[in-house]
Structures are given as C-alpha cells and as structure tokens.
Design a protein around this ligand. Structure first.
Ligand SMILES: [Zn+2]
Length: 266
C-alpha cells in the first residue's frame, strides 16, 4: 500500500471524489491526506474525511490565503475544527510563501506562528509549505526553518511538503525533525535525483498535492492521488531498490509520525 500525504481533495467537484478514490485504490494507494487552505476549505475537507474511510485531513490557513482580515476568531474556529473529528490528524496547510505576489510576509509569519502554536497544543504534526522563486536553492527556506525552529515545531514534527529545494534545505529540514515529501516535480526536475540518492529512505514520504488543473484540457492528465505510484517507482529507480522497499519505508515513516495509525493495512 501507499499513502498520499498531501492533497487538496476539497477543491475537486464532490461528485468526483469516489472516482478519484477508486482510481487511487487501483494504483495501490490506501490513504489520502487532504489539507485545508482556509476555514471554509478546512470544513469541507473534514466533511470529505468524515464521509470516506480512505481520507484523513488537516486544517489550516495556506500562506497564500493569508489576508489582513484574519483575526483571533479565525484561529478559534480553526482550533474548534481541529477538534471536531478524529479524522483531523495534521495542521495543514500552513507555512511561508516568498513568491513575488504572495501576501505580506509579516502577516504570513504571524498566521504561521499561531498555527504552529495550535499544532503543539493539539499535538498535531505540521505539514508545511515553503515556496521560493528559485528551485534547487536554499534561499528563504532558511527563514521558514528559522520560524519552525524558533517555535519548537520539532516537538510535534511533520513534513516539508512538495519538495523542490536543494540538498542543504533537505538536510536542515531533516535535522530539525521533519520528513521530506516528494511529489511529481521529482519526475521532471533533474537536480532532485541527486537529493533522493543522498537522503536516507527513512526521511522520505510521498504526495501529489492534487488539486484541479482545468488548464489541462484532457481530464485524465490531471494530477490525482493515483500518481503516487509514479513517484514511488521513480524513487525505487533512483535508489536502485524495489518498489516494495519504497512502499514499506514510506509507510513506516508515516506511521512513526502518526503513532502507527496506518499500520494495519501495511
Ligand atoms: Zn498543498
């Protein structure tokens, strides 16, 4: 079995969810973690998790959804939501975005810090976002890691999601107590091969970050949780090990983070 540790199923048309799950199951994906991006989206994500055995979820405010209107009441709602279902297992999606049009950094940081504090209070691992304009570089990922460090996020641990950075970033994230999640960029970004070669398997997990891709006219080309199999196969190929070894290791890594919650289907 395989686990997609980060997706956005709440962004898809609800009618499609059962088909997305069945396509994923055909490719050997047993569990899909779906992240919320704001209060409303987190509510919908919880609803999907409560209605489908295969879906677990996170609540969070995505750095790109940060506005100056976010107030204490929103954080209170987030806390209520996190406690509303035992299918909520992570604080996600939260983090920092340094792209040119991203929201004001000071406000992003404020919202990120509150969510780290909440994650620690509720003992939820954090699946965090850090995006910078350059791939294969450390750059402002240092700042994201400094915030996580300063707030002692390692006490709950978590996952650096959608990895596209350099080896230094991966190394520091691992040293700070986080797993590295590889997604489909691994299939096309040559620099990631060397990083996968260097990182021990016990720090690696897999994700798709699936969300609708309407610019792709052919619906069957949209990224979906089923594509985890492609990423797992790529890691097996790079490390010259079996697919089964990758499956077992990535599942063990998830189970270590979530107290063996996903052990039974192993
Ligand atoms: Zn995401």
């Amino acid at each position: 079995m395989l686990i997609d540790c980060h997706s956005h199923l709440a962004n898809f048309n609800e009618n499609e969810i059962s088909e997305i799950i069945s396509r994923a199951k055909k490719s050997g994906i047993s569990y899909i973690f779906s992240a919320g991006t704001d209060i409303k989206n987190s509510e919908k994500t919880i609803y999907l998790a409560n209605s489908n055995d295969e879906i677990y979820c996170g609540v969070g405010i995505h750095p790109n959804r940060v506005t100056n209107d976010i107030k204490d009441n929103d954080f209170y709602k987030l806390e209520q939501l996190a406690q509303s279902s035992d299918k909520v297992i992570t604080m996600s999606e939260t983090g920092m975005d340094y792209m040119p049009n991203a929201p004001e950094r000071k406000k992003q940081e404020e919202v990120f810090v509150v969510q780290i504090t909440l994650a620690k209070k509720l003992k939820l691992p954090i699946i965090w976002h850090s995006q910078i304009p350059e791939i294969n570089s450390f750059g402002n990922h240092k700042n994201t890691l400094d915030i996580l460090n300063h707030e002692h996020a390692d006490t709950v641990g978590g996952i650096m999601h959608y990895f596209q950075a350099d080896y230094t970033t991966a190394k520091k994230a691992i040293e700070n107590g986080f797993l590295i999640s590889f997604a489909k960029p691994l299939l096309r970004q040559k620099h990631q091969k060397e990083i996968v070669e260097k990182i021990p398997l016990e720090h690696i997990v897999l994700e798709t970050d699936s969300s609708p891709q309407p610019w792709k006219k052919n619906r069957s080309l949209w990224t979906e949780p089923k594509d985890i199999l492609l990423i797992a196969k790529k890691i097996a190929q790079i490390k010259n090990i079996s697919l089964e070894t990758v499956m077992n290791a990535t599942n063990d890594n998830i189970n270590q983070l979530f107290d063996n919650k996903f052990k039974k289907a192993n």
